[in-house]
Design a protein around this ligand. Sequence first.
Ligand code: SF4
Ligand code: SF4
Ligand code: FES
Length: 374
Amino acid sequence: MPEYTLRIRRFDPQSGRAAHWEEHLLDMPETQSVLDALLKVRDEVDGSVGIRCSCQQAICGSCGVRMNGKPGLACNTHLGEASRRAHGAGWNPPAGNEPAVIEVEPMGNMPVIRDLIVDMDQVHWKKIQRVTPWLINQEPVPEREYIVPHENMVDVTQTMACIQCGACVSDCLAMEIDPLFVGPAALAKSYRFVGDPRDAQHQERLKDLAEDPHGIYDCTHCFNCIDACPKGVDPMGQIMRLRRRAGSDHEIEDRNNGYRHEHAFVKNIEKNGLLHEADLLPDSYGGKFHPRAVPEVVSSLPIAARAFARGKMTAKSALTHPHKASPEVKRIFKVVEGREERVELNLYVTGYEDDPKSTGPGPEETTASESEKS
Ligand code: SF4
Ligand code: SF4
Ligand code: FES
């Protein structure tokens, strides 16, 4: 049986002692979970190890931790998988070598209560409450029931898969910089209702999250939440969908300039084929000479000066762009803009296989949600 060194980060704020690592050597099959290993240590060696768990089947969401630097559920992460995380995919511990090390520490972006237990109330649940996590029903209430089109329910199925484990919150880069950011889990939760036709407040929800400086436009597209999520919720994808709903369907021009920035991005690519950064900032504020753009351009001058000094930018590259959009890029824009209805490219919930207009994957790539439609 492989041997593992389980390194557990211990911390009890009430003890007055600094956080420290404790090591335990374990002989366990690599197909047992990290939670099994933690519980073995707690049951047989040290009953004071703090870990939260319940279902042990990746359902309750209570055993979120970081294992070798990556967040996830301790109960559905095999010891072998956790040890390979430290070395990258495809790595196997060589026989006869040192035991593989598995470091287990509490999730990030949330205060530690004790050892591996973090205070979900302080961060995660507060943010969930922030997005009004319940349906505000349409009026009048039907006599019997609301009839919801099947595709709408399939559309929100992905967000409904969330088990509120907080793994995405743990590694959200935007939240590290801005703790007030509403965050991936809560924004995914919000799409649950924005995508539901029974909800009466789509516009209000979207406006609220677009106008909030810590809302939908605060995400930096780092993809960490997608990697972290054990349930395939794709929180970043849901945030992008909220943005498209806010910007394209409801034309919400927010005070954070998110709407204009996204449109400037699209126009920039349409014109140049490749991004011309020097135009992006002024265009996001209405163009180089727009009164709103002037303070932004002035405040960016020190950065531009440093880029000039380091040779990363020249007068020519700042003022002109060597690329012009190719006919292929222009054709893509024409096709997309010529559509009567915007098509969501959500890989979890895509078009029907027998729909010739569908832009989703073919039948061989059918996802779990798609198969529910048949
Ligand atoms: S993609 Fe956005 S929401 Fe997701 S972890 Fe990164 S910054 Fe946070
Ligand atoms: S979106 Fe995924 S990672 Fe985030 S709380 Fe829900 S299940 Fe956990
Ligand atoms: S113990 Fe329930 S998700 Fe891990």
